[in-house]
Design a protein around this ligand. Structure first.
Ligand SMILES: NC(=O)c1ccc[n+]([C@@H]2O[C@H](COP(=O)([O-])OP(=O)(O)OC[C@H]3O[C@@H](n4cnc5c(N)ncnc54)[C@H](O)[C@@H]3O)[C@@H](O)[C@H]2O)c1
Length: 295
């Protein structure tokens, strides 16, 4: 079995990116909006991303139109009925995800495969909300999905090996490198990366340096392309908060816990790049450290 029809739930930064990559590799995609409102903003996001590729001469205008033509936009979950693969990419909340999976399981054809793009949550817990635990898998893409090469592929104890093979083939068709990971909170990358970002926030709170100093130190001292605070803004501070909370609840290690700065920013709706303010202020070009955080 190979994947010809993909349905994605959630048109946020990840859902939109996965839709673009899949459509660019010849797969028919239905992008299902998960919250009320028009699909126009997500459509515009993908169009803008394709326009950039055309401007950089990485894609022809006709190619970009072909890619857009392969993506259908809807808010009707019924669109999952005929999909070969369903990828959930909505808010990082286990109860919301479980409820959606239970619904999709009832609608989708029996051979269809269910996958979650969760950053940290247990795949097994989500699969238990469905009747198809042998056709359930984690497919953890990275941000932005159009550029990042890795997909963590997370079979559970009950995932049929043939489903894992199909999932690996799907990732490879998208030009990604799949790495198999056991189902454990945060998988590999976020188990290591989230405590690092949260510790960088603790360094800021402790006055070790300012925002620019902490990010510059890790860029130049560890050869990271982006400092930890800029990275947290890029991922989305609500997502980082959810990841840190899930890791702390799973492992009970203090250094995994969200810091007070992170609690405060998320409570205020200050979510990083997507809300134009986080550790940096993105209304400026180039972005400047947020002065309210002693930047
Ligand atoms: N941001 C990252 O770097 C990253 C990387 C890999 C995986 N993920 C995971 O991908 C998923 C989506 O993250 P994102 O970065 O695209 O987030 P986002 O904030 O850009 O988008 C969130 C999506 O969730 C939907 N949503 C919000 N509230 C909802 C609700 N109550 N019920 C149903 N849907 C709701 C929104 O409509 C939107 O489609 C999360 O599980 C996240 O952990 C994120």
């Amino acid at each position: 079995m190979s994947i010809a029809k993909l349905a994605i739930l959630g048109g946020g930064q990840m859902g939109a990116g996965i839709a673009q990559v899949a459509a660019s590799n010849g797969i028919d995609v239905t992008l299902i909006k998960a919250t009320p409102g028009s699909s126009d903003p997500v459509k515009a996001t993908i169009e803008k991303s394709l326009t950039r590729l055309v401007e950089k001469e990485k894609m022809s205008q006709a190619g970009a139109m072909e890619v857009m033509g392969r993506i259908a936009f809807t808010d009707d979950l019924g669109a999952v009925a005929t999909a070969d693969l369903f990828i959930e990419s909505i808010i990082e909340d286990i109860e919301v995800k479980k409820a959606k999976f239970a619904e999709v399981d009832r609608i989708m054809k029996p051979q269809g495969i269910l996958a979650s793009n969760t950053s940290t949550l247990a795949i097994t817990e989500m699969q238990d909300a469905t009747e198809r635990s042998e056709r359930f898998i984690g497919l953890h893409f990275f941000n932005p999905p159009t550029a990042m090469k890795l997909v963590e592929v997370v079979p559970t104890r009950t995932t049929d090996p043939s489903v894992t093979s199909v999932a690996i083939g799907f990732c490879e068709r998208l030009g990604k490198t799949p790495v198999l990971v056991a189902d454990s909170t945060g998988f590999i990358v976020n188990r290591l990366l989230t405590p690092y970002m949260v510790d960088a926030m603790r360094c800021l709170e402790a006055g070790l340096s300012d925002i620019h100093g902490i990010d510059t130190a890790m860029q130049l001292g560890a050869n990271h392309p982006m400092g930890p605070l800029a990275l947290a803004d890029y991922i989305g501070l609500d997502i980082v908060h959810a990841m840190a909370t899930n890791l702390y609840e799973s492992f009970g290690l203090e250094h995994m816990k969200p810091t007070r700065t992170l609690d405060h920013l998320v409570a205020e709706g200050i979510l990083g790049r997507k809300s134009k303010l986080g550790f940096y202020d993105y209304s400026e070009s180039p972005p400047v450290p947020n002065p309210a955080l002693h930047g």
